[in-house]
Design a protein around this ligand. Structure first.
Ligand code: ZN
Length: 352
């Protein structure tokens, strides 16, 4: 194939240009995939706003991908064939890494990513490298699951990883701090785990309105309400048994320790800015209340598989999460909605 295609190229910080690019060559041992849908992720917003150490500009972003196999490369030995519709996640693991051998892929230092080491999916076509065919996150999209939802498997994967670590289960009371798309996913996954009550806090009323679609038991604006006393009231004085910090504010981590129930489990899900990564948690509270803190980053292939299953079953309600579907030509409009916090998940359809 030597045609031209439309692609979203990040030319410079905050400079997104939808332009013509050559259709990529089908890599030997890899695949050329026609992209049906590609989600915009919080990490994309960060890269667009301030660049990324692994991304050399100009660059095609987009790592939440559903597409159809258009061509197989020479010597291809993977399980998929032309016309198969696939959910493609970004992480490409090193199968020889000791952590990957143990199934603890999230700890491997050798993870590479589509849209970082290889160009991304905000384009009509993407070249899927042989490394991803062999050790990436690629699954057949379930027949009944629209490509719009089969594209957004990745964010749910990390969220499932968090609840695996905290062991969220029947009867838990869960506080999700942050009402963005990730916070919404935490509400859905906590419910699926059997949580009795799920509460969400945020400092922006507009986001607290968007999370209502996921039917939390209560929302708390922690800028205008006193979160510790409100959450105590909502949990019969005990505090939540599971707390998830789904935002980048250091103060949330401090507060998570303050409000958790005795014996509570806390997932530090959102990373902090480098300039503010030592927030001064009261470690005596951790000690005397017998709290457990979990650091959560990345995920393993089983989390990706579970996330796709939960989208298929509706336990993760894709239609509530995706608030805007747009052609790639309107990328900057969709970007603005996401930057303004007026959209949860924006999904683009290249070629539409
Ligand atoms: Zn993502």
């Amino acid at each position: 194939m030597s045609k031209a295609m439309q692609a979203m190229v990040l030319q410079d910080v905050m400079q997104c240009v939808v332009e013509e690019r050559p259709v990529p060559q089908t890599p030997a041992g890899g695949m050329l995939v026609k992209v049906h849908a590609c989600g915009l992720c919080g990490s994309d917003l960060r890269t667009i706003r301030s660049g990324h150490k692994n991304v050399k500009l100009p660059w095609v972003l987009g790592h939440e991908i559903c597409g159809e196999v258009a061509e197989l490369g020479a010597g291809y030995a993977g399980p998929w064939k032309r016309g198969d519709r696939l959910s493609i996640g970004p992480n490409v693991y090193d199968p020889g890494d000791p952590f990957c051998i143990e199934g603890r892929h999230e700890l491997s230092a050798n993870v590479r990513e589509i849209a970082q080491q290889w160009p991304g999916g905000l384009a009509e076509y993407i070249a899927i490298p042989p490394e991803s065919v062999q050790a990436g996150n690629i699954l057949p999209a379930p027949a009944k699951l629209d490509s719009i939802y089969a594209a957004i498997v990745e964010p749910g994967s990390s969220v499932i990883h968090a609840h695996e670590k905290t062991g969220t289960t029947i009867g838990d009371t869960v506080l999700v701090m942050g009402a963005g798309p990730i916070g919404c996913l935490h509400v859905a996954v906590a419910r699926a785990c059997g949580a009795a009550k799920v509460f969400v806090s945020d400092v922006v009323d507009e986001r607290l309105k968007l999370v209502q679609a996921f039917e939390p038991d209560a929302v708390i604006n922690s800028a205008t309400e006193d979160l510790p006393s409100r959450i105590r009231e909502l949990t019969g004085g005990l505090g939540p048994s599971v707390v998830i910090t789904a935002n980048p504010a250091a103060s949330s981590q401090v507060q998570a320790v303050e409000v958790a129930a005795k014996g509570g489990r806390i997932a530090l899900f959102g990373g902090l800015p480098h300039s503010d990564s030592k927030p001064g948690l009261d470690m005596n509270v951790v000690h005397y209340q017998n709290l457990t803190l979990y650091g959560i980053s990345r995920f393993a292939p089983r989390h990706f598989r579970l996330s796709l299953q939960m989208l298929e079953s509706g336990q993760i309600p894709g239609e509530k999460l995706v608030t805007n579907v747009m052609p790639l030509s309107q990328f900057n409009d969709g970007l603005q909605l996401a930057l303004d916090g007026k959209a949860l998940k924006v999904v683009f359809q290249p070629g539409a």
